[in-house]
Design a protein around this ligand. Structure first.
Ligand code: E4P
Length: 216
């Protein structure tokens, strides 16, 4: 499973990219707005750092406008994946852009049937928002499981990008379900590496070695 950052903050992206395990980045209009910077140069810089798929989302809501905006976004850098909302117009735009060879990430997916439609429209990946489903006391991971089963049984190659991840357990479970990609905030990425027994174990190794090596 590829690990992506869900942020538009370049400092966070640079820091995690330096670990050597970052495959891509997802952004959305809220995340871009938070940076206080214009979209195009921000996406360009993210692409230069990541050198992998970077999702940039349209803000248009009609299919013709989404197609035009999607083409503009795709023109920023070859790493751009155009993100479209899962609406009827989004499906139409997905079909058109995918047919032109533009990779499309269908976002705001909350049901298996939406994921099926996105795949039929040629989406490169779908983004089920598991955290937002958990937020309303429903089963976010169940959605990933159902989409993964449908895609497997139907021989669909559209990738599942587990989105709206809130904690490390979401990452583990998404990997077990067979999601090809998981995107998460930098805070969750940092949590993935941490374990109290790793820290305690290392501390003990170094302490024992310091004591013993003093008498060598
Ligand atoms: C995915 O691409 C979205 O940007 C993101 O995962 C949404 O997460 P949120 O529910 O934390 O806003």
């Amino acid at each position: 499973m590829d690990l992506y950052l869900d942020t538009a903050e370049l400092s966070e992206i640079r820091e995690i990219a330096a670990w050597g395990v970052l495959s891509g980045v997802t952004t959305n209009p809220s995340l871009i707005a938070k940076t206080g910077r214009p979209l195009e140069p921000t996406i360009k810089e993210i692409c230069q750092v990541v050198q992998g798929p970077v999702s940039a989302e349209v803000v248009a809501t009609s299919a013709p406008e989404m197609i035009a905006e999607g083409r503009r976004l795709a023109g920023i850098d070859p790493h751009v994946v155009v993100k479209l909302p899962t609406t009827v117009d989004g499906l139409k735009a997905c079909k058109a852009l995918s047919s032109e060879g533009v990779r499309v990430n269908m976002t705001l997916v909350f049901s298996p049937n939406q994921a099926l439609l996105c795949a039929k429209a040629g989406a490169w990946c779908v983004s089920p928002f598991l955290g937002r489903i958990d937020d309303i006391s429903w089963d976010g991971m169940g959605l990933i499981r159902e989409i993964a089963e449908i895609y497997r049984v139907q021989g669909i190659s559209t990738r599942i990008l587990a989105a709206s991840i809130r904690h490390p357990r979401h990452v583990t479970e998404a990997a077990r379900m067979g999601a090809q990609i998981a995107t998460m905030p930098a805070r969750v990425f940092q949590q993935l590496i941490k374990h109290p027994l790793t820290e305690a174990g290392l501390e003990a190794f170094l302490r024992d070695w310091a004591r013993a090596s003093a008498s060598f």
